[in-house]
Design a protein around this ligand. Structure first.
Ligand SMILES: Nc1ncnc2c1ncn2[C@@H]1O[C@H](COP(=O)(O)OP(=O)(O)O)[C@@H](O)[C@H]1O
Ligand SMILES: [Mg+2]
Length: 262
């Protein structure tokens, strides 16, 4: 069964796209067939993967009900596949025509499931209709949080948004939070980590992604860090993060199971 994962945070610059690129490659190295979908109209995901002239159609068409992601996917290195944002994705985000549209992506995935083990959705920095579609369609959300105080209040708001969307969802949602852009020597980052452990222990996983030059550079080179600098610390961190995101249990798993049975 394919797992659909939405990488979400309404804040920009926290590392969503970086996470999607590098986790996709980590998971693919672990043997998964991975598809990456760009749900940000800015189209950064394509550029970060070295696809500088992406096809004009992609997730925009999928959300408009014209086929599944597999119809618009382009091949990448290492057997991965990318679905670009498409030129009219922005219009879907602005054009709020009510609840029915919240199921556009889920319906497209049910009608034409991509033949992969995992679909990673790179979400835009907002909680608009595009993000709502991603969250409704997803089996899980992975939330990167940067190490500053605004991120903490942002996370509280995001968890609330996810709860508000629960009535729309047809299946349970597994949630994982991790620190991206972590600077261990910075006191603030350590404080934010402590606070995350206090307030969100049911979602937080131990692995962090540190702020690193290699990660900033590999985006410009259109490569994952595993291709750009395979021996660097960031590659090891993403390997561990992928492992933990997929396999580690957190306390909310038990609650979810119970609430689902009830
Ligand atoms: N851990 C990191 N270390 C260094 N630079 C990073 C890191 N994570 C992200 N960046 C850089 O920060 C910018 C924003 O990251 P991005 O992944 O695009 O965030 P988002 O998708 O949440 O807006 C990009 O230029 C990216 O290369
Ligand atoms: Mg992004």
């Amino acid at each position: 069964m394919m797992r659909t994962v939405a990488v979400v945070n309404q804040k920009g610059g926290v590392g969503k796209t970086t996470t999607v690129v590098n986790l996709a490659h980590a998971l693919s190295r672990g043997g998964e067939r991975v598809m990456l979908a760009d749900l940000d109209p800015q189209g950064h995901l394509s550029a970060c993967l070295g696809v500088h002239r992406p096809p004009a159609s992609g997730m925009d068409r999928v959300l408009e009900g014209q086929g599944g992601p597999g119809d618009y996917a382009v091949p990448l290195k290492h057997g991965m596949r990318l679905v670009p944002s498409g030129e009219s994705l922005d219009e879907f985000g602005r054009f709020d025509v009510g609840k029915a549209k919240a199921y556009a992506l889920e319906d497209a995935l049910l009608a034409a499931p991509p033949k992969v083990d995992r679909l990673l959705l790179d979400c835009p920095p907002s909680s608009n209709l595009i993000s709502v579609n991603a969250i409704v369609a997803a089996d899980e959300v992975w939330i990167p949080v940067a190490g500053d105080y605004l991120s903490l209040t942002g996370l509280a708001r995001l968890i609330l948004t996810l709860k508000r969307l629960d009535p729309l969802r047809r299946k349970p949602l597994r949630k994982r939070v991790f620190m991206s852009r972590f600077v261990a020597r910075r006191r603030l980052a350590q404080e934010v980590r402590t606070k995350l452990k206090q307030h969100f222990p049911e979602y937080l996983i131990e692995s962090v992604v540190s702020e690193s030059a290699a990660l900033a550079e590999c985006a410009g080179a259109g490569q994952s860090v595993f291709d750009y600098r395979p021996a660097c610390k960031a590659a090891a961190e993403f390997e561990r993060l992928a492992e933990e995101l997929v396999f580690a249990k957190v306390s909310s798993d038990e609650q979810e199971k119970t609430s689902h049975v009830a």
